[in-house]
Design a protein around this ligand. Structure first.
Ligand code: DGT
Ligand code: MG
Ligand code: MG
Ligand code: MG
Length: 243
């Protein structure tokens, strides 16, 4: 009988450990939410209740996984930032990713009725997840800025696209009109054709949502805010988040 050396078996698990003292980011994303949104008749381009349900689930994650110190969500995705010192004890990154994904998914189902009292949940929501380590705070900030820029670009495009479609254009006509347009041209299109000032559209839609632990008078609680996380000012006002 072959003698099994436990350390030898465990070696293969530890090989995949997260890099210590890096920022781990778990990003989850709804699977086939294009279809899920259609089936449940989400408003286009943004369904506020659907976004608020995502935020509620993120708040749940922050309460359940105390190593998550900040999160940012837009559309069907959420990014959870792990405290820099939290990978040391972990045997394998897939444990935290799978735990967060399954927790988020079951919370999404549990809270569905509270946000969609008149809509039955007729197909299963599911999410994929991955974890990526960022070696410096600057790179983490760049990651978060990238997600917020993406939110802005998509929201601006989608707002224009659906205004055009709702005003009678076909989807391919709307696509053709928007092809190659810059941000400024889209603002003008909204203002001139539909009397919409883009900057007055709800902050949650333009800026996405940040859920994080806020410290106030010695107490800490999870808050959801729709703020600019690209500029330094947010991080200067909350220095303890990335401390
Ligand atoms: P995936 O992630 O590859 O499984 O595929 P999808 O379909 O989830 O695509 P993704 O994640 O790139 O884009 C998110 C989709 O979810 C997008 O096509 C539209 C839908 N969606 C997300 N939020 C809303 C919403 O508030 N209203 C509507 N109508 N649709 C939404
Ligand atoms: Mg995906
Ligand atoms: Mg998706
Ligand atoms: Mg997505």
């Amino acid at each position: 009988i072959r003698r099994i050396d436990k350390d030898y078996v465990k070696y293969f698990q530890s090989k995949n450990k997260l890099m210590p003292y890096t920022w781990g980011v778990i990003r989850i994303d709804g699977c086939h939410f294009h279809k899920f949104a259609d089936v449940h008749k989400f408003e286009k381009p943004n369904d506020e209740q659907a976004l608020k349900l995502m935020n509620e689930c993120a708040v749940g994650v922050l309460h359940e996984f105390r190593e998550v110190i900040f999160s940012y969500g837009v559309s069907d995705e959420y990014s959870f930032i792990l405290k820099r010192s939290s990978h040391l004890q972990r045997t394998h990154p897939s444990d935290i990713v799978s735990s967060v994904v399954s927790f988020f998914t079951s919370m999404y189902m549990m809270k569905w009725k509270a946000f969609f009292p008149l809509t039955d949940l007729v197909c299963q929501p599911s999410f994929d997840g991955r974890v990526v380590c960022y070696s410096s705070t600057d790179i983490l900030r760049d990651y978060l800025s990238w997600r917020q820029v993406d939110c802005h670009i998509n929201n601006q495009y989608n707002t224009c696209f659906w205004m055009l479609v709702k005003s009678g254009k076909s989807r391919s006509e709307a696509q053709q009109i928007l092809k190659g347009t810059q941000s400024q041209e889209k603002m003008e299109l909204l203002a001139n054709n539909f009397g919409i000032d883009y900057n007055t559209i709800g902050q949650m839609l333009r800026l996405g949502s940040s859920a994080f632990w806020e410290e106030e008078n010695g107490c800490s609680k999870v808050v959801v805010q729709h703020c600019n996380i690209i500029d330094d000012s947010f991080w200067e006002a909350h220095p303890y988040i990335l401390a």
